[in-house]
Write a protein that binds this ligand. Structure first.
Ligand SMILES: [Zn+2]
Length: 361
């Protein structure tokens, strides 16, 4: 083999050369008689594909085999693109690019494809740039979209306040539209958040029959106790409630079922108020969990057609709501809250025991 052939062969199938140079420094290669410039290039590329210190990498192994045909200058070109890819997309992007370019042959093709891939990575990295703080209202037909972008801490607080406000207005299961309305009303001041918060915290505790009397305007002699420690006469209570929400229609029907509209915006607030009159704690026998921390439970489950009205509702804490045996497909064996002619009780299907926990009269 002539010296020219030897030179050409070493340059043409560079992976073999790099494999032999594995672990050698440029200085060691110079000592073997290679020029400093070539020694540096070989040592650098050898460390990319054959560094014995680097743990096994699937990408590297694949590159060695699919790039076996490549010449040294091709691998140098590839390395130039790989280094840009690393800046744009990290280690993984660099190896994916090496692997792709190693499948090609010819300097021209490698340069063309390398440049195209780098352009792709550049546009992807532009898109993934963190959004800038700002607010934008954009019209879409008769709807307008608000996009609000701020730092994560400010927005975390804004999110918590928005969710809490939406729950106060529309109940735990507020819809997307109700969520948006709650946020918009916070911004416009249509809802005074403080007022709603206060109303949520303060309840009047009135037995249902007394509440019915109040709403029939027979309750002037009654003293209504509020959960903030204050009290008012039945008449004052009636006036206050009429101003706030107009609950009269609901309670007037106490002798029959008291309807709450399933989709009513204020259903949950009314419901909770009424449920507090029914019990100030979880209704499960022996449980003292405060009603404020309870869930409004459907005695006949919603899924089986149970209506959202006061006769079908009771406070249950999260735990007792969880073990309440109301799903025949998943018996818990812990008993179930039932309503018999308006009397609510805990019933054990095993023993047939029925413990009254609430009676409307
Ligand atoms: Zn409980």
């Amino acid at each position: 083999m002539s010296r020219i052939d030897q030179f050409a062969s070493a340059e043409a199938r560079a992976m073999d050369l790099l494999a032999e140079a594995a672990g050698l420094t440029a200085f060691a290669l110079v000592k073997r008689g290679i020029s400093l410039g070539s020694a540096r290039r070989i040592a650098r590329l050898s460390s990319v594909y054959f560094d014995p210190q680097t743990p096994f990498s699937r990408h590297r192994a694949r590159c060695r085999s699919i790039g076996a045909h490549l010449a040294l200058p091709d691998l140098e070109t590839i390395e130039g693109f790989a280094s840009k890819a690393k800046t744009l997309g990290g280690h993984k992007a660099a190896w994916e690019l090496r692997e792709y370019l190693c499948t090609l042959s010819g300097a021209k093709e490698i340069r063309r494809e390398g440049a195209a891939k780098i352009a792709e990575l550049e546009s992807a990295s532009d898109k993934s740039l963190a959004p800038k703080a700002g607010a934008r209202f954009s019209r879409h037909g008769d709807m307008t979209r608000l996009t609000l972008t701020l730092d994560e801490h400010t927005m975390a607080e804004a999110q918590a306040v928005s969710i809490s406000h939406a729950k106060q207005r529309s109940g735990e299961d507020f819809s997307k539209q109700q969520f948006a309305e709650a946020i918009a009303n916070l911004i416009t001041g249509a809802d005074d958040a403080q007022r709603v918060e206060t109303r949520r915290m303060i309840y009047a505790v009135v037995p249902l029959p007394e509440l019915a009397r109040i709403y029939r305007s027979e309750g002037d002699d009654l003293v209504v106790h509020m959960t903030d420690g204050t009290s008012m006469s039945g008449r004052e209570f009636l006036e206050a409630e009429f101003e706030a929400e107009g609950l009269a229609a609901l309670i007037d029907r106490e002798e029959g079922p008291v309807d709450l509209y399933r989709t009513s915006r204020f259903a949950s607030i009314k419901q909770r108020l009424l449920l507090h009159a029914k019990s100030t704690t979880c209704i499960w026998p022996g449980c003292n969990k405060g009603a404020e921390h309870c869930q409004a439970h459907h005695i006949v489950p919603w899924a089986r057609g149970g209506p959202t009205n006061i006769n079908n509702m009771a406070h249950l804490c999260k735990y007792h709501n969880g073990i309440n045996d109301d799903d025949p497909t998943k018996p818990t064996g812990r008993g179930v809250i039932l309503s018999r002619d308006g009397t609510i009780g805990w019933y054990s299907p095993r023993t047939g025991t029925f413990i009254k926990v609430y009676s409307p009269r």
